[in-house]
Design a protein around this ligand. Sequence first.
Ligand code: SF4
Ligand code: SF4
Length: 405
Amino acid sequence: MSAFTTTAWLGLDDDSLTACVACGLCLSHCPTFRLTGDERMSPRGRIALMRAVQTGGVACDDEWYNSMETCIQCRGCEAACPAGVPFGELISGTRAAISEARPLPLHLRLGLWGLTRPRLLLLGSRFLAMLQRIRVLPRVPFLPRQLPLSGSRLPRRSEGDVVLFTGCVMDVWQPEVHDACETVIAATGSTVVRSGPGTGCCGALHEHAGLHDSAREMAEHVIASLPGEQEILVDSAGCGAALKAYGHLLGTAEAVAFSDRVLDIHEWLAEHDDSLPQVPVADRPGVIVQDPCHLRHVQGAHGAVRQVLGHCSEVVELNDDGLCCGAGGSYSLLQPEMAGAARDRKVALIREVSALSGANIVVSANPGCSMHLATAGVEVRHPVQVVAEMLTSADGVNGGATDGR
Ligand code: SF4
Ligand code: SF4
């Protein structure tokens, strides 16, 4: 284990580090503190430990690394902090410094490398699906049931009113979500073009793992492949948060202008909701909403999800202030015990709320959360899939139907 005593080794902003007044109001919003009760697993404790290394000349020991590496980077603490401490920036800078000192595990490096190669991702996914089909591999709940035949579709040549960002894993494993988004966007009277395989991965997982140089390269590629003025809609909360942060990541006027074009799909639909299906109250299914951290704490777009769903369903809340489910990018691979414990807490709450409300549809706007919850037996759909189904159902008549309120 390496030990570092160099002052300012972490390269963090001193003002951000000293902004924490140790009030503790973030503690109840931190999933790792809630699970352990350990101050070193809290935002306040982590900031104190960062400060000790950056300005106190303290060496990093195993406990220090464990404190930093068990942070899910959910940023629930940042949203709750009255002093405006930019915890996301602090932990992101810390993880970048750690990635230079301690190489990431080989399986994670291979996985991240694969995300930047869409054809390989498609072929690998088809191979896994085939092994499952012939029962050589047990069924993995989040892998596609069907063999992914084409993965990301070629971008259409015609211009659309908006661009749908299709990404990497989601395009291969959850293409039905992109299909649903196209259906609902079309119902508003707008045309949509997919970003397609040439745009590639957004780099969110690379940034999350501290590989900032890789994330910057991928951001530059995404920006170059999507010129123009169209709004860019994203149906994955993690990808959307990454695209919106390109301006900050690259620090160029071009990147800032690009980020200004990016909207979560629900934000856009909420602005065009006149055309969404209005379903009579008696016919509305109960839908339990699980807020992805990168939608709620980072983008602040969770209200738009409720507005969009409110046209065709009864929204059922978990009332846990968006406490993280433990998915966290590659967190569930690197910290399976903590990720599993956070997920178990979320799943227990989902089952409790389902029993009380009678709602049996669970939605989440992030593929990582959906896949993480699926491994515990919870079937999770994307909110826009629910809207698309109501659009095409006999009762969910679009345009002109009354909502029965
Ligand atoms: S991070 Fe913010 S909320 Fe948490 S202890 Fe520091 S000042 Fe208080
Ligand atoms: S980012 Fe999440 S896990 Fe990390 S300290 Fe903040 S609340 Fe806790």
